[in-house]
Design a protein around this ligand. Structure first.
Ligand SMILES: C[S@@+](CC[C@H](N)C(=O)[O-])C[C@H]1O[C@@H](n2cnc3c(N)ncnc32)[C@H](O)[C@@H]1O
Length: 231
């Protein structure tokens, strides 16, 4: 398990300042992903879904939703949460490669690429290309640009918090995040950043036609989402 996966393997990650933050965050993500579901018959894969507390909204809009999560405790809590939802399957990261080829209409990987080396990202892009139906769409979300990433993340969180009634919790939460293992891991495990051109080049090399979406999935509009089809 990578150090970042261990960092995320809490029932409630320190990344979310409180349960309200976690729930409004995942609701916003689920609403944005749902808007990309092409039809009620769609098969959808969300890779690195995290706690995904609102994934039921995505499942309601499609036929099958496969949630892939590498962190075992997070995965156990997802499996419990969606045990009664026959449209949702929860699997480990290493099981994703064994899924049937060309079987998904929509694949999303949101806010995961920054925790991967470039080689790991390339390997996953190749896997997504193989799992996608010929007319399917792959969405790479929350790509962190090389400049001003930390202030933009803090400001976006405070704005999101103010709009959702947890501003002071977010302000204290930021202090907690910056005194947690996050900064140490940023130095030791590293975070990957991509400019728009660099992300498009990675996607092109992986065999995708890609374009930047007008807005990023979720609340941080400094980061970027890319919409991709098989080239
Ligand atoms: C910030 S969370 C994103 C969760 C969700 N997609 C969202 O947008 O809120 C980062 C996720 O990346 C996953 N992750 C980090 N490193 C990974 C790796 N090497 N392989 C697979 N997943 C990884 C973590 O387990 C965690 O679920």
């Amino acid at each position: 398990m990578s150090d970042w996966v261990k960092f995320y393997d809490f029932k409630h990650s320190v990344i979310y300042v409180n349960a309200r933050h976690r729930d409004v965050h995942y609701r916003a993500i689920a609403e944005d992903i749902r808007a990309y579901v092409p039809s009620p018959n769609a098969h959808v894969l969300d890779y690195g879904c995290g706690e995904a507390t609102s994934a039921g909204l995505v499942a309601d809009a499609c036929t099958q939703l496969v949630l892939v999560e590498a962190a075992p405790n997070v995965r156990a809590s997802l499996a419990m949460r969606f045990a009664g939802n026959s449209k949702v399957a929860v699997i480990a990261a290493e099981q994703a490669a064994a899924l049937p080829k060309a079987s998904f209409d929509l694949i999303v990987m949101h806010s995961v690429a920054q925790y991967l080396t470039q080689a790991e990202l390339d390997r996953l892009l190749a896997m997504f290309r193989a799992l996608l139906k010929p007319a399917g769409r792959f969405i790479l979300g929350d790509i962190v640009p090389p400049t001003l990433a930390a202030p933009a993340a803090a400001l976006s969180l405070l704005r999101f918090a103010a709009a959702n009634g947890f501003f002071w919790a977010a302000a204290f939460g930021l202090v907690r995040i910056f005194t947690s293992d996050y900064l140490r891991l940023k130095k030791t495990a590293g975070l990957s950043h991509y400019s728009e051109a660099a992300a498009l080049e990675r996607l092109r090399q992986a065999g995708f036609k890609a374009e930047r979406a007008a807005r990023n999935i979720g609340h941080n509009q400094w980061r970027m989402t890319f919409l991709c089809r098989i080239a």
